[in-house]
Ligand binder design. Sequence first.
Ligand code: ATR
Length: 270
Amino acid sequence: MTDRYCVFGHPVGHSKSPAIHAAFADQAGDDIEYVAIEAPLDDFAGAWRRFVAEGGRGANVTVPFKEDAFHLCDTLSERARRAGAVNTLVLGSNGLTYGDTTDGVGLVRDLKRHGVELTGARILVLGAGGAVRGVLEPLLAEEPAGLRVANRTAAKAEALAADFRDLGEIVGGGFDAVEGAYDLVINGTSASLAGDLPPLPDNLLAPDASAYDMMYGAEPTVFLRWAAERGAHIVDGLGMLVEQAAESFFQWRGRHPDTAPVLEKLRQVL
Ligand code: ATR
């Protein structure tokens, strides 16, 4: 029987994951089925159980189910435990469900692919929601010189930084506490969706700085335009999307797909 995988979301019709995983599978003539499933908002665990009963081997999980997925897992990776969220479910041969979060690895791989140096870098992360929580562990593992989390609601950034303080140099606060220059600024707020720009000091970017937005689109986000006007090297989050998918694929199939051609194709149809 063909191994079945899916992405759970609500809504999920817009998801690029089926196309990405179909492309990964095609690379090695791997015969898998990957579909998008709109799970009911009040019964994510039931949706996963039904999928497994129908031959499901693993799943990606997107908004709004990443915390529900976290709670149903029998075992978790350390980074998923830290994130409090799961974007990858794996059905073990023992029938137990293992959960991981691959967003942070995806971000770090995409940054490296763009030649962004993380070790020893001064990093500023904007936002303190689930998207940011999911990437802090892999970023700190690269041993930056320091990482500041800045958020509209300062207390959320302070609490988030406290949760990760044992892993490295990390502080949190409001936008008004941001000072000095950064080598890398990552926008993990959803402000871009509304076309908003977090209030940032003008002299934020060090010479040769990079700016990364976890969002992507046909045009650069307001944040990336702001950074480009100040001379930064800008990167949007499409590569992160493909890289997190590749890490999930690896966990299911034991093979690292070639992400470059898949990313190039996606970019063409944005
Ligand atoms: P996600 O799962 O995408 O992280 P979330 O948990 O709702 O979603 O978090 C959204 C983040 O974007 C938060 O950091 C939020 O700031 P607050 O904690 O102050 O709400 C931030 N955000 C959303 N809209 C924003 C805006 N217009 N300007 C600045 N920050 C914004």
